[in-house]
Design a protein around this ligand. Structure first.
Ligand code: C2O
Ligand code: CU
Ligand code: CU
Length: 587
């Protein structure tokens, strides 16, 4: 019986490997060698309340009319405990929603049914090193890794995705991602929308071949800017539309895109009401004219559709600037406004703009991925909600949500001396604290004593006048850059100034201060900053934060309970795979 299953699985792997190798779909996925190992067994001293089998394997999804799309996907089932710990989703490549309660002991057996090494990380979950999905824990095809942890998190929306060295972006893009919903008593006691009125919205972008297959590569400008697709997909579906009742809803929004940043706004002119961030409920709801959401981030938004009875309300992404390198923004115009962009978000306006033969944005070769994309910072439709039904009841927005202890510098062990997270570059590679990824390495400034809370600062520190070939040049920003197509007068640092969604593993952090980029500063544009600055929510717990060019973000982070290596990295997955990742070593 068991042999039978193994044989079937092996056949499946071989078949999938063959068909993928023959298509242009996942070139990066198959070519890269990554660290791999034999996996991890269950421990006999751990007694789980919930036990789940999770398999990652090649599969298919019907996304567009015509041929099905080959994807890689997670499938799960409950082996022990409440059957609603795994909620499969229909008509999507997304993995099942995993539902946990605070305090539960969880065991997850992850099977690698992919033709490549692989590991999974529980983004946002505070778990021991052995259960965090560090790339050094990646397993070979056919192997399993057993994760065991107690749910320490308060009620919150988290997610899971691959964390395989160099191919996280490709594997996640192929479809490997799912939500984790943590509940607790206090949150359950609040009168928030539940059941069908509690709706996940996973935002991603994809580019398809004429055969409906996923197109991806991480080369040239994609490696530098991040992958940007030509279509927006929500919960794995393009042109997302939903019939809703005239009442209030709770939307759990995850930005599961590789590098796209959304500036969320409602078409009816109502502000966005945010009730939760990465780390769960805020003390009280806050409103914003629009909401910036970077890759990896989650926000829960509360929306009352009563005033829109019988009409349609659209969730859009609005224009913004100041996020991408100057050359990109110049090519796509200020704000990247594209008149003819339809609801599906075909970025026709962007066609061909990245394909020039010269300059750092060119050279995409035959794949032409960047030749077809919705420009970062342009305006497009994300999802449509038709308020087609009357509702008998609704839930009012609570004025207070839950207690949240705000941390201050006095709660840290280093109030006057924040630990740095310096964003820089070495040639065209982005660095953190001056270094690229080392599997087991950590600097003294990246080493923390367990059970201490630290003040930290994220800032842009592109080394002075670092030139394209990586050597340092002194003087001011006046060196003409050969071959940079009119970008003379800019040094490498300025040319590479862009936003980075910085994610820290382990316990959630709190943001205590943001310093805007200076006018005329080397890294950021104060003018571009104006188009995004009202869309941040710093009142809650977070694990990922958008660090705008030139911005300085002060945060407080506890290094609680678990020793070992915990990653911090850019959640632009092409940057992460390009080594913009480091370890925190907790000792
Ligand atoms: Cu969501 Cu280390 O990643
Ligand atoms: Cu994480
Ligand atoms: Cu980055």
């Amino acid at each position: 019986m068991k042999d039978d299953i193994d044989l079937k699985r092996r056949r499946l792997i071989m078949a999938a490997g063959a068909s993928l190798a023959a298509s242009p779909v996942f070139p990066v996925v198959l070519k890269k060698k990554v660290f791999g190992g034999k996996g991890r067994e269950a421990t006999s001293a751990f007694f789980p309340d919930v036990e789940i089998d999770l398999v990652a394997s090649p599969g298919q999804a019907r996304i567009l009319p015509g041929p099905a799309t080959r994807v890689w996907r997670y499938d799960g089932r409950v082996v022990k405990g409440s059957p609603d710990a795994v909620l499969p989703l229909k008509n999507t490549y997304l993995g099942p929603i995993l539902k946990f309660r605070s305090g539960q002991r969880v065991r997850i057996r992850l099977h690698n049914g992919l033709p490549q090494k692989f590991i999974t990380h529980w983004h946002g979950m505070h778990v021991p090193f052995e259960a965090d999905g560090h790339p050094s824990q990646a397993i070979d095809p056919g192997q399993s890794y057993v994760y065991e942890f107690t749910v320490e998190n308060r009620a919150s929306t988290n997610w899971y995705h691959p964390h395989t060295n160099m191919v996280t972006g490709a594997q996640a893009y192929a479809g490997l991602a799912g939500l984790i919903v943590v509940e607790d008593e206090e949150e359950r006691a609040l009168p928030l929308p539940r059941g069908e009125y509690d709706v996940p919205l996973v935002l991603q972008d994809r580019t398809f071949t004429e055969n409906n297959q996923l197109l991806y590569a991480r080369r040239g400008p994609v490696a530098m800017l991040g992958f940007l697709g030509e279509r927006i997909v929500v919960n794995g579906r393009p042109d997302f539309a939903m019939d809703v009742a005239g009442r209030s809803y709770r939307f759990r929004v995850l930005n599961g895109s590789n590098s796209r940043i959304y500036k969320l706004a409602w078409s009816d002119g109502e502000p966005i009401t945010v009730i939760a961030t990465d780390g769960g409920l805020l003390e009280r709801p806050v409103t914003r004219p629009y909401l910036m959401i970077g890759p990896g981030e989650r926000y829960e938004i509360w929306k009352d559709f009563r005033p829109a009875q019988g009409r349609e309300v659209v969730l859009e992404s609005l224009e913004y600037r100041g996020i991408m390198p100057p050359m990109y923004e110049r090519m796509h115009g200020a704000g990247g406004s594209r008149g003819g962009m339809g609801p599906g978000g075909m970025g026709a306006g962007g066609r061909g703009m990245m394909g020039g033969p010269r300059g750092m944005m060119g050279g995409m070769g035959p794949m032409g991925i960047m030749a077809r994309h919705i420009p970062q910072g342009s305006r497009f439709t994300i999802a449509r909600f038709r308020v087609s039904r009357k509702a008998r009841e609704t839930s009012e927005l609570p004025a207070r949500l839950r207690k949240l202890k705000r941390l201050g510098p006095e709660d840290t062990v280093n109030p006057g001396k924040p630990r740095p997270i310096a964003i820089g570059n070495r040639g065209r590679m982005f660095t953190l604290n001056g270094e690229v990824f080392e599997m087991h390495g950590a600097l003294p400034i990246e080493t923390f004593k367990v059970n201490t809370t630290h003040l930290m600062e994220i800032f842009h520190a592109h080394g002075g006048m670092e030139m394209e070939d990586g050597h340092q040049e002194s003087g001011t920003a006046s060196s003409p850059m050969g071959g940079m197509g009119g970008m003379g007068g800019m040094n490498m640092a300025m040319m590479m100034a862009m936003v980075h969604p910085i994610h820290l593993h382990g316990h959630y952090f709190q943001i205590v201060r943001r310093q805007a980029p200076e006018t005329g500063g080397m890294h950021g544009s104060a003018e571009g900053y104006e188009t995004v600055k009202d869309g941040f929510v710093d009142e809650g717990y977070q694990d990922t934060v958008l660090a705008m060019p030139g911005e300085r973000i002060t945060l407080i982070k506890p290094f609680d309970k678990y020793k070992g290596l915990f990653l911090y990295h850019c959640h632009n997955l092409e940057h992460e795979d390009g080594e913009m990742m480091r370890n925190f070593k907790v000792v």
